[in-house]
Design a protein around this ligand. Structure first.
Ligand SMILES: [Fe+2]
Ligand SMILES: [Fe+2]
Length: 287
C-alpha cells in the first residue's frame, strides 16, 4: 500500500519521538502514588468554585477513550506519531486520575459523585474536529498550548488561594502539557518542510475553525465557564492572542505568510459555498 508520508518524514518523526520519549522516561515521569504531596492538603482551602474547575478539567481529561481511539487511527502508518499518541494517552490518563484523586481525597467530591461524572462523560462522545493527520497536528499544537495556559492560570489561582496541594498536582500536569505542545509543534515543522503551502493552509483552516473541547462536552457549560472565567482560566480571545504569536514565531512563519494562507482558505470556502448554492438550480434545470 502506498504511504501518505515520505520515508524521510517518517524517519524524522521516528527520531523526534525517540527524543521525546527518552526525555519523558528519564526526566519527566511522575507517579500519582509517589509524587503528589497529599500531606499538603489543608481543608480550610477547599472551595466549591475551584473544585468545579478541577472537575471540569478532570472531565475533559476523562474523554480519553475518544481522544486515543480516534487520534491513533489517523496516524497508524507512521511509527513516530502512533507511538507518540499512545504515550500521550498514558500521560493524559494520569492527568484525569490525579485530578479525580484530588477531588476525592480532599473530600470535595464523593466517590458516588465521581462515578456519576464518569457516566455523564460516557454518555457523550467526542468527535474528531478535523479529519486528516496534518490538521489534527495543527489542532494538537494549538490545543495543548491552550491547555497549558489554562493550567498555568489555575496554578497561579491555587497559589493565590494557598491551595498548595492543587498547585503541586497542576504543576506536574502542566509539564506534560508543555511537552505535548512542543512535540506537535515539531511535527508541524516537519509538515511545513514537506509541503509548506499545504501545511500553512491547514494551520489557517484549523485556526479559523478551532474550538476548545470543553465547549462541546457539557450540558451545564454556562456554569462551568462562569467558574473558569472567575478564576482567570478561560478566555477565548485572550488565549488566542497569547498562543498564536509564539507558535508562528517558533515555526518561523511570518504574519504575511499566515495572512495569505487565511485568504486562500477563505477563498476556497467561498468557492465551496458558491458551488453548493448553485447545485439545486442546476438540478432543477436538468430535471
Ligand atoms: Fe492533560
Ligand atoms: Fe496534553
Amino acid at each position: 500500500m502506498a504511504m501518505n508520508r515520505s520515508r524521510r518524514s517518517r524517519e524524522n518523526l521516528y527520531r523526534m519521538y525517540m527524543e521525546f520519549f527518552e526525555r519523558a522516561e528519564r526526566k519527566r515521569r511522575w507517579s500519582v502514588f509517589e509524587d503528589i504531596p497529599w500531606e499538603l492538603h489543608d481543608p480550610s482551602r477547599n472551595d466549591e468554585e475551584r473544585a468545579l474547575n478541577v472537575e471540569t478539567f478532570c472531565a475533559v481529561e476523562l474523554y480519553l477513550p475518544d481522544f486515543v481511539s480516534k487520534g491513533v487511527n489517523l496516524v497508524r502508518e507512521c511509527f513516530g506519531q502512533t507511538w507518540f499518541q499512545v504515550n500521550w494517552g498514558y500521560e493524559e490518563s494520569k492527568h484525569g486520575l490525579a485530578l479525580r484523586l484530588y477531588l476525592e481525597n480532599t473530600g470535595q467530591r464523593t466517590t458516588a459523585q465521581l462515578f456519576d461524572l464518569e457516566e455523564s462523560i460516557a454518555a457523550k462522545t467526542w468527535e474528531l474536529p478535523f479529519h486528516t493527520a496534518r490538521r489534527m497536528t495543527c489542532y494538537g499544537a494549538i490545543q495543548e498550548s491552550s491547555t497549558l495556559l489554562a493550567y498555568k492560570r489555575l496554578i497561579a489561582d491555587s497559589k493565590r488561594h494557598e491551595d498548595e496541594l492543587l498547585a503541586a498536582i497542576l504543576t506536574l500536569i502542566a509539564r506534560d502539557e508543555a511537552a505535548h505542545g512542543e512535540f506537535y509543534r515539531q511535527v508541524l515543522a516537519v509538515e511545513l518542510e514537506e509541503d509548506r503551502q499545504a501545511a500553512l493552509d491547514d494551520l489557517a483552516y484549523v485556526g479559523l475553525n478551532f474550538r476548545m473541547p470543553v465547549l462541546d462536552l457539557f450540558d451545564d457549560l454556562d456554569a462551568r465557564l462562569r467558574a473558569l472565567r472567575a478564576h482567570d482560566a478561560f478566555d477565548t480571545w485572550g488565549f488566542r492572542v497569547k498562543i498564536w504569536a509564539p507558535l508562528l514565531k517558533k515555526l518561523d512563519v511570518s504574519r504575511e505568510e499566515m495572512q495569505q494562507a487565511y485568504r486562500r482558505v477563505r477563498e476556497r470556502e467561498r468557492e465551496a459555498r458558491r458551488e453548493q448554492d448553485a447545485e439545486p438550480g442546476d438540478r432543477a434545470a436538468n430535471a
